[in-house]
Ligand binder design. Structure first.
Ligand SMILES: [Zn+2]
Length: 229
């Protein structure tokens, strides 16, 4: 191939790669993540929201690749390997709190842990990711869009207590550094992890499960991505 053609071909290929967003459904069936105040596994929340984000991103002209939706992807590095040709990696999760903040209540005649102490979204980037600047720009854009849609950052992950201590990368938009998070540091693309809401919080669990709220979260995330990519 002549150099000019090669150049045009490569530019077109990389422009296409830039616009593919890998949307990773956090957790898998055997280890489904946190459990909500009413006993629903985090994996189910992540699946619903990831599918909604995928449709919002597509309607904005972004290409998407949904990873882990079947619930069988148990190796974290397999997720980032699957996304190697994408232009961006977004891990979709829902949040819990440190165990000392959990209380118990009875729901459906079962005693279950909950905590109404915290609520809101948070976003994470790793300083070990090779594209930190782009990761952070996208996380900030998503946080700003979420705030614009009426959601608030949770902020508690920066608290100076064991298990937290995740310093702010952008406090206003709820973005923290979480350097050793496997999917963020092994991604070959810019990468962000979203905790969309705190599902051990009894009100927030219901909020993030409502179709309207889920749609608004997905739309804000897709707006942020469209802006930064
Ligand atoms: Zn999770």
């Amino acid at each position: 191939m002549r150099p000019l053609f090669l150049l045009v071909f490569c530019a077109a290929a990389s422009a296409q790669a830039r616009t593919t967003v890998a949307i990773d459904v956090g957790h898998f069936i055997e280890e489904p993540g946190a459990t909500s105040a009413r006993g629903r596994p985090e994996l189910d929340f992540n699946r619903d929201l990831a599918a909604e984000i995928e449709s919002a991103a597509r309607s904005r002209g972004l290409k998407t690749l949904l990873i882990g939706y079947d619930g069988f992807m148990s190796r974290l590095t397999a997720r980032t390997a699957a996304a190697r040709n994408a232009g961006f990696f977004l891990a979709v999760h829902h949040d819990s709190v440190q165990p000392q903040f959990l209380e118990t209540w009875e729901f459906d005649r079962v005693e279950r842990p909950f905590s109404d102490r915290y609520s809101g979204f948070s976003l994470f980037v790793s300083r070990k990711n090779r594209s930190l600047a782009r990761s952070l720009a996208c996380a900030s854009a998503m946080g700003e869009a979420l705030r614009g849609a009426g959601f608030s950052p949770s902020l508690y992950h920066a608290d100076p207590i064991p298990g937290e201590n995740k310093p702010f990368a952008d406090r206003r938009n709820g973005v923290h550094y979480y350097d050793n998070l496997i999917v963020l540091k092994t991604a070959r693309t810019p990468a962000v992890l979203l905790e969309a809401g705190v599902i051990v919080n009894r009100d927030e669990e219901l909020r993030v499960q409502s179709e309207g709220v889920r749609r608004r979260i997905a739309a804000a995330v897709a707006d942020g991505l469209q802006w930064c990519l």
